[in-house]
Structure formats: structure tokens, C-alpha cells
Ligand binder design. Structure first.
Ligand code: AHR
Length: 325
């Protein structure tokens, strides 16, 4: 009897990931031959924050450890460039593509082009529009539950504010799956509390300086805000700078709630300026290469290899500083 690979055993809880079991794999999903080494394409969306750098490092170091060839591209924040990056990987005949899609809809044609060329695609950290399906158009999605991240941030805030808050929301990149899902998870939970109100919600593109500028404008329009919820730590750190520039004390006058768990974010919690950061683990490289290997061996791949994420607040921030990225 064949023993299932522990990574893909349904309902198994791993140190890093849990697995969502899939239904049948479609016949036209590109196959992968078993080989000693592979030529892997990794299409990164941008490199403008510590989260992206930690993800890239985890993919590069895993490829180096195994002696596999890596074709790496950085789309520099452009969905159009990312589509052409993937097309170039197809032309270079990579064996498999790891794709961290900038936005949900514009990257669907890239997934379909790889499928047509017979190259399996693994979505890393972000999803594409659900017209493209795991197990049919791409192999699997490896990453966090973004709706749950938003919900966990809201639940922490509901407790910390005793269910009373005037909230400014800084959204991530428009059209990206973490921005869509973190908004949904948070907003739906907040709506259940009659004394909590989101008075403004605008994109800061997951970037520190854009987050600072947007927070500055929204604080002028809503000087009575008691909370800033940012979809990532970089924008939260920008918001902290905006609060300080406005003569307010982050953590005291205004609670800052965030997602990611990067080193500067965890440090801001230690400093009392940020209330919470729900972790979103960027170190997906090892998992991605394990999936490639298992797929080539003919093992069944789940449709979602889900990260197990922690939450950092003043109860544990200090002890987690050294391992943060
Ligand atoms: O897709 C994950 C998100 O993308 C991270 O929260 C953010 O920091 C990054 O740019």
C-alpha cells in the first residue's frame, strides 16, 4: 500500500502548513517528468518591501540548496511586465513556473499561456481570478488565508477597543488577492459591531511611503479616528510616521492594527506604537520545491497548501524579534 506523503495527507497539521484536500485533477493539467534537477521559473511581483525580499530569498536559497536552475524575474510592480516575464519563461522552456501574481485578473492570461505550453504553474502567496482553477489550469496555491488574516485583525481590535472605534483603513494593491480578502475579512467582522465604524478606506499600494501619504490625507479628513487598520506592516509604519507628524501618539491616541509580522513591524509593537500584526509567512520556498518534487513523483497535490500563521502583539513581540525578517 502506498503511504501518502506527509505534506499532502488530508487534515494533517504541519509546523508550517495545513493542507486543503482537492478534488480530481483535470486531464489537461500539464504533467512534470521525474528528473534529478529542474529549471524553475520564479516570477516575483516587486521587491519594494521586506516581505517580498524574504520570499525571494527563501525561493533562491532552496533552489541553490538543491542545485536546481532558477530563472528569476522581478515585475517591478507592473502586471503587464509580469505577463511578459512569464511569456519569456515559457520561451526559455522552464520545467515549472512559480508565480506570485501582482493582481487577480491581469495575470490569468499568463497562467493560461503556461498551461497551453504544457508548463505547470504554482501560484505563490497570491491568487489569480477564480476563472482559473487549481488542479485544472494551475497546479496549486501555496500561501496564507487572507480573509482569515483580516478577521483575526478585527477580532483583536474588537477586544482591544471594547467594540468602540472610528477606523481608517489602508488597503493593499488594488485588484490583488490580499487586498480584496483582507478587506473582506476585516470589514465583515467590524460590521457586526454597532459602535465600530470604518470612516475611510483607500489604497496605499502595500508601500510605506504611499501608506504615509494616504494616512496623512485621511487623518486630516477624519481627525477623530481612533484606529488605523493597514493591510500590511509597511503601510502601518507609514501611518505611524503620519500620526507622529500630526502630533498624535501611535498606540495611545490611535491604535494601529496590521498584517505581515516583518521585523520593523514587530519592533513597533515592542515600542508600543503598533497594537498587533497578524503574521503572513513569506518563507514559501521550501514548500514550493517540495510540491514540485511530489508532483513529478505522481503524488496527489492539494488545491491549497495553506500557511499556518501566528499573531504578534505585546504578549509575544519581544521573543519573536530575532526570527522576524
Ligand atoms: O501577498 C502578500 C502581501 O504582499 C504582503 O502582505 C505584502 O507585504 C506583500 O507585498
Amino acid at each position: 500500500m502506498k503511504i501518502p506523503h506527509p505534506l499532502f495527507h488530508c487534515a494533517s497539521a504541519l509546523a508550517f502548513a495545513t493542507v486543503i484536500c482537492s478534488s480530481a485533477v483535470a486531464d489537461d493539467l500539464p504533467k512534470l517528468k521525474e528528473k534529478k534537477t529542474y529549471k524553475v521559473g520564479f516570477s516575483q511581483t516587486e521587491s519594494n518591501n521586506p516581505w517580498r525580499l524574504a520570499e525571494t530569498e527563501s525561493v533562491k536559497s532552496e533552489a541553490a540548496k538543491r542545485g536546481w536552475q532558477l530563472v528569476y524575474t522581478d515585475a517591478a510592480g507592473s502586471a503587464a511586465k509580469q505577463v511578459s516575464d512569464v511569456n519569456s519563461m515559457i520561451a526559455q522552456q522552464v520545467d515549472v513556473i512559480l508565480l506570485a501574481p501582482r493582481e487577480e485578473k491581469p495575470l490569468v492570461p499568463a497562467v493560461m499561456a503556461a498551461k497551453k505550453a504544457g508548463i505547470p504553474v504554482i501560484l505563490l502567496d497570491r491568487r489569480v481570478d477564480p476563472v482559473a482553477k487549481p488542479g485544472r489550469d494551475y497546479l496549486t496555491f501555496i500561501g496564507s488565508d487572507f480573509v482569515e488574516e483580516g478577521k483575526r485583525a478585527a477580532d483583536w481590535l474588537i477586544k482591544a477597543s471594547n467594540g468602540k472605534a472610528t477606523i481608517i483603513e489602508l488597503e493593499g494593491t488594488t485588484g490583488s488577492s490580499p487586498a480584496n480578502d483582507r478587506k473582506k475579512g476585516f470589514d465583515d467582522e467590524i460590521k457586526k459591531n454597532p459602535d465600530m465604524k470604518i470612516v475611510a478606506s483607500q489604497s496605499g499600494d502595500f508601500a510605506r511611503d504611499k501608506g504615509r501619504q494616504v494616512a496623512e490625507t485621511l487623518l486630516q479628513a477624519h481627525p477623530d479616528a481612533t484606529v488605523i487598520y493597514a493591510h500590511n506592516d509597511e503601510m502601518a509604519l507609514g501611518a505611524i510616521a503620519a500620526l507622529e507628524a500630526a502630533g498624535k501618539k501611535p498606540g495611545k491616541d490611535v491604535i494601529v492594527v496590521s498584517i505581515d509580522g516583518e521585523k520593523d513591524g514587530v519592533q513597533a509593537i515592542v515600542d508600543g506604537k503598533m497594537g498587533v500584526s497578524v503574521e503572513c509567512n513569506p518563507r514559501l520556498g521550501t514548500k514550493a520545491f517540495e510540491v514540485i518534487e511530489a508532483y513529478a513523483k505522481g503524488e496527489k497535490i492539494p488545491e491549497w497548501v495553506k500557511s499556518d500563521d501566528h499573531l504578534f502583539d505585546d504578549s509575544n513581540a519581544k521573543e519573536n524579534l530575532t526570527t522576524a525578517y
